[in-house]
Design a protein around this ligand. Sequence first.
Ligand SMILES: O=C1C[C@@](O)(C(=O)O)C[C@@H](O)[C@@H]1O
Length: 254
Amino acid sequence: MSGTVTVRNVTLGEGIPKICVPLVSAAASELVAEAKALKELAPDLVEWRSDLFAEVEDLAAVQKTLAEISSVLPGIPLIFTFRSAREGGGREISEEYYIRLNQAAAESGHVDIIDVELFNKENVVRGLIAAAHACGVFVIVSNHDFNGTPSVEEIVSRLRQAQALGGDLPKIAVMPQHAGDVLTLLAATNTMREQYADRPIITMSMAGEGVISRLAGEIFGSALTFGAAHKPSAPGQVAVAELRRVLELLHRSL
Ligand SMILES: O=C1C[C@@](O)(C(=O)O)C[C@@H](O)[C@@H]1O
């Protein structure tokens, strides 16, 4: 893999893929309890899926909850994600609020990475990347296809677009319809790594058939994998302890 990104003490793009655990509760009090509980799993990073937060449309509540979550996770890099319903997330918000929300997260001082969906207007993606970078915050530029798996060329093209826009961590999640689709995602990941990527990328094929892609990132070129604590945020996420065992097994055999 070409290039690394170091977030606090975690270096993405070298060695064993890093494990990220999502926070998925709807209520602020539950989120704090969830954050406390997942510390035991020793994840490398934590993602707050803010689209699943009941009060996400109240910016003050988001800021307060962000401060609370980060205070119980000292030292662990935090990803702020609003996943739109059209990409498999919890809800839709206006473009204007999407920008405000992500900007506020980046400016909060509690977040290390924000996730910006590639399929926004180009000026929105570029603007959020610039705003995040001005605060020393990294950006995942992501795309999710919950209905199918595009061709190798199309997956590579989306990852390259995310890189060209200035995303620090291009990411794509696709849904397999059959085992061949998992091979497509792995082939695209390997092609991107070998031919185009100058930074770490994150890829996964979702659901049961795609699980191998969440385990084999060190071989094919995905730097980060999402593991479930008590509840997965996407189909196919494996429990963190099992995930770590397999990642370590594969790492030792290389
Ligand atoms: O984009 C991703 C990847 C993901 O969809 C997965 O398949 O593990 C899980 C989401 O929480 C995260 O934002």
